[in-house]
Design a protein around this ligand. Structure first.
Ligand code: 6CS
Ligand code: FE
Length: 304
């Protein structure tokens, strides 16, 4: 991985602009490792390279699922109302909990499962660390969605992530139906960077985590992208892992069904893609949203 185009920290993906700007073709690969380097097969690697996402059933088993659901309830019950890592819906219910692995050793252990860490390393072709971890909770009836966005757009602009060499693993703790706010993805959109209009306000994260308004493409851009790529809806039973590229366009609707939707969401970044100063924000976001220490906690297999 000595190709220095990809360790270059220049701003190759300008965003948060004053005027609309053309889409930028992606330079980096999506898959950095080989079949021989990990658990995924060549067909899986080709699928995530082409679509920007990959669904793996039974990434965690039923025992794990019930333990994890218990941990979720504990975190909710013990939540300190002043803790900035706990993001609430306007109505008061918990929407996200950041750094759940620091609230719960069981959640920390999920990172090290054979269905998780080796996959992240294989996809990114290097050692990895946790850039961000969160639990997302979408309760029945009141859970609200996430508007269309590319995660990389935010991580580049607000966190100083230089290259598209990060991948998210979302492990569902509940069944995902087409109708309970399951994720929508534009397959193939990860190969294009869509610059967004609008400067980053100071402390944007205090509102963006409830409702993202900056760093989202215009309706015209989304109309074009949806016509080009189509939209896949990701469904599957609890325990399914969804791997998705940092730059794939995705979002979710609200959940007005009685069926809650929750997931553990782990973002792995390559150790060769360490954060620099934010490209389009005055100050970096807090550590709980974007780890600047690439060895943020002591899981030996993560820090070798
Ligand atoms: O802020 C973040 O890191 C993540 N959350 C949102 C709502 N958008 C960008 C990114 O996915
Ligand atoms: Fe996202």
């Amino acid at each position: 991985m000595s190709d220095n185009r990809f360790t270059d920290t220049r701003d190759r993906y300008p965003t948060r602009l004053t005027e609309p700007s053309d889409p930028i073709p992606r330079e980096e690969p999506t898959v950095w490792g080989q079949e021989s380097a990990g658990p995924l097969f060549e067909t899986d690697l080709q699928s995530i390279e082409a679509n920007g996402y990959l669904v793996q059933r039974s990434a965690v088993d039923d025992n794990w699922l019930s333990t994890l659901r218990g941990e979720l309830n504990n975190i909710g019950a013990k939540a300190d109302p002043e803790d900035p890592r706990i993001i609430r819906e306007p109505g008061g219910s918990i929407r996200s909990v950041f750094q759940p692995h620091l609230f719960s050793d069981v959640i920390a252990e999920v990172v090290t499962l054979d269905t998780v860490l080796p996959v992240a390393r294989q996809l990114l072709g290097s050692d990895v660390y946790l850039h961000q971890a969160r639990i997302n909770l979408m309760p029945g009836f009141t859970g609200t969605g996430f508007y269309w966005h590319s995660d990389f757009e935010t991580w580049h602009a607000e966190d100083g992530m230089p290259a598209m060499r990060a991948v998210s693993c979302s492990i569902s703790l509940t069944d995902n139906f087409p109708y309970n706010g399951s994720l929508m993805v534009m397959p193939g959109s990860h190969k294009t960077f869509y610059p967004c209009v609008g400067a980053t306000p100071r402390n944007n994260h205090t509102s963006s985590l409830v409702k993202q308004e900056i760093g989202v493409p215009s309706q015209a851009t989304l109309t074009e992208a949806a016509a080009r790529y189509g939209i896949d809806q990701i469904t599957g039973p609890a325990g399914t892992a969804l791997w998705f590229d940092s730059n794939v366009m995705h979002g979710s609707g609200s959940n007005i069904t009685p069926f809650p939707r929750s997931n553990v969401f782990l973002v792995f970044n390559s150790v060769e893609n360490q954060l620099v100063a934010p490209y389009r924000a005055e100050t970096p976001r807090p550590e709980y949203l974007a780890a600047r220490d690439s060895q943020p906690f002591n899981i030996p297999s993560l820090v070798q």
